[in-house]
Design a protein around this ligand. Structure first.
Ligand SMILES: NC(=O)c1ccc[n+]([C@@H]2O[C@H](COP(=O)([O-])OP(=O)(O)OC[C@H]3O[C@@H](n4cnc5c(N)ncnc54)[C@H](O)[C@@H]3O)[C@@H](O)[C@H]2O)c1
Length: 252
């Protein structure tokens, strides 16, 4: 352990699997106390147990549906009881259903995606700020997507939710700079997680072929390294920033 985030307290939404789980493992290994919030209770508890038992950091699990405001309040109450402060929030929970064309999209399906990916992050930030301010500052890391940079057919709600989160990041960075709270956005491209594991192999191959760097999906750890940097004091003057991790896809 090199302790790049030693003693920091980090809450990761959607941290039970995929990229969130990878962030939890790396941050704990680097000395953070990690709070994993998710809907997948068994998986989240098991991950927290494994991290703590591995001797490479401490982690706890809290049940968290990011769309439920009282869940956020309880998650932060538990965080305070366990660790006494909050330094970092990673708004990572998200869903990415393929919807097809916008003109055929039922309102409920639009609202579901916006509710989790954008409103969920809003609620997380809303209730994190007082704790971070009290602690003298903090770092908010919003996981957006390359879909907030270029347009993909078939995912209108996902695109709007990530574009909204991108803009919200800059708003939050400006609003809370005076409180020494930083806010940055990460834009992963195609990353190998359960989110896209179920996709047809031919489709995945076709998408990977479009990635200039290595013609492959990214690994969750390649995104976690950026999360680690933004969570640490190494990024002490970095706020309102945008970090693209997509093997060059959106540079084309
Ligand atoms: N995988 C990719 O290619 C990719 C690309 C760009 C952006 N992203 C974004 O990265 C983030 C993580 O994605 P992933 O690929 O690890 O996905 P994943 O599906 O593997 O994990 C997402 C996690 O979020 C949790 N979650 C879903 N709804 C929730 C809710 N209402 N409350 C709390 N937790 C909830 C899930 O239970 C799951 O554990 C998402 O925001 C996603 O949009 C993923």
């Amino acid at each position: 352990m090199t302790g790049r985030v030693a003693g920091k307290v980090v809450l990761i939404s959607g941290g039970a699997q995929g990229m969130g789980a990878s962030h939890a493992q790396l941050l704990a290994r680097e000395g953070a106390n990690v709070v994993i919030g998710d809907l997948k209770h068994e998986q989240g508890r098991e991950l927290a147990r494994a991290i703590s038992a591995g001797g490479s950091g401490r982690a706890i699990y809290v049940p968290l549906d990011v769309t439920v405001e009282t869940d956020w309040q309880s998650a932060y109450n538990t965080t305070m009881l366990a660790f006494g402060r909050l330094d970092v929030l990673v708004n990572n929970a998200g869903i990415a259903p393929q919807h097809g064309p916008l003109d055929q999209l039922p309102l409920e399906k639009w609202n579901l995606v916006l509710g989790i990916n954008l409103t969920g992050a809003f609620l997380g930030i809303k209730h994190a700020v007082p704790h971070m301010r009290h602690g003298g500052g903090g770092s908010i890391i919003n996981i957006c997507s390359s879909a907030a940079i270029v347009g993909y057919a078939g995912v209108p709600a996902y695109t709007a939710s990530k574009g909204g989160l991108r803009a919200l990041t800059k708003q939050v960075a400006n609003e809370y700079a005076k409180d020494l709270i930083r806010a940055n956005a990460i834009f992963p491209g195609l990353i190998a997680t359960p989110m896209n594991d179920g996709s047809a192999p031919e489709r995945m191959k076709m998408l990977e072929e479009k990635v200039p760097f290595g013609k492959r999906r990214g690994r969750p750890e390649e995104v976690s390294q950026c999360v680690l940097h933004l969570a640490s004091d190494e990024s002490s003057f970095t706020t309102g920033g945008e970090f693209v991790i997509d093997g060059g896809f959106t540079s084309q």
